[in-house]
Design a protein around this ligand. Structure first.
Ligand code: 0O2
Length: 247
């Protein structure tokens, strides 16, 4: 390889590394916020609405494929403005109501700007695909400047995720030409997924009405990071005063 070419590769590599790094930081930022929401829910309500979180950076090949497909300019400013899913996070929840709860909690954060919402749950795709997609913009504080970075967040239930993973595999197995009978079967499976999600939500609502028997000793314990903190009686007897001071 010619020296001039090596120089060019080095320069592209440097520019692309810095470009991609910012998206990695945006993912770190969002993952931390999701983790805080998850922990807060766990401590406050003893309930975890988030089953798992996965994040990924779009590969340079996949970025270029989208740029060509959509006819964008192959420059970094154009990619930054047009390809809004370079940083992607997928949140899997237990129930449909959790999806909207998580989505609102994220969008309410003051420094997050909601750019776009695609609600494929209220308006599923024709093949049966369901998921809530948000494009948000999050600030990333670099050493010399703040960069506002687009992140795509997909939020779905475990059942929706199960369906989407299988559909994705089938789609690529058949090189995007899936036989009609399989498309029909997938659509039927998607309807079953919706029924299952609805049923699970109903059962969840029913069981959350049931109050568990309370042990007062245990109730006076706070468990944080596997550490048990005991609430002194004085805190409880002066609770009203404590509350007033906090107002
Ligand atoms: P990857 O590797 O998952 O990121 P486009 O990005 O141009 O394809 P658009 O309109 O910009 O499409 O975005 P949209 O509709 O919000 O969907 C983008 C992503 O949602 C896809 O990313 C998939 O992850 C998921 N998705 C959308 N429709 C379907 C579907 O019918 N089946 C499945 N399994 N997933 C879907 P990418 O870019 O395809 O890939």
């Amino acid at each position: 390889m010619k020296v001039a070419n090596l120089e060019k590769i080095r320069e592209v590599k440097m520019k692309l590394t810095r470009f991609m790094m910012v998206y990695k930081f945006a993912l770190d930022e969002i993952n931390t916020r999701i983790d805080i929401l998850k922990q807060e829910f766990h401590y406050s309500y003893e309930y975890n609405p988030i089953e798992h979180v996965k994040s990924r950076l779009k590969t340079p090949e996949s970025i270029i494929e989208k740029v060509y497909r959509r006819g964008y300019d192959l420059t970094l400013p154009s990619i930054r403005e047009n390809v809004k899913d370079i940083a992607g996070v997928r949140i899997t929840c237990s129930f449909t109501s959790d999806i909207y709860r998580i989505s609102e909690m994220l969008q309410r954060q003051k420094d997050i700007r909601t750019v776009e919402i695609k609600d494929y749950i209220k308006n599923p795709k024709l093949n049966g695909y369901k998921s809530l997609h948000l494009i948000i913009e999050v600030p990333v504080f670099m050493s010399d400047q703040v960069e506002n970075v687009y992140v795509e967040i997909q939020i779905r239930t475990i059942a929706m995720d199960f369906w989407a993973s299988l559909e994705h595999k089938i789609y690529y197995k058949y090189d995007k030409e899936v036989p009609q009978y399989l498309l029909d079967e997938l659509k039927m499976a998607a309807d079953k997924v919706s029924q299952l999600d609805q049923k699970m939500e109903e059962i969840h609502r029913e069981i959350s009405k049931i109050k568990e028997p309370i042990d007062s000793e245990e109730l006076q314990e706070i468990l944080i990071n596997d550490e048990v903190y005991y609430i002194p009686d004085d805190f409880i007897s002066s609770y009203k005063d404590l509350d007033k001071k906090a107002e």
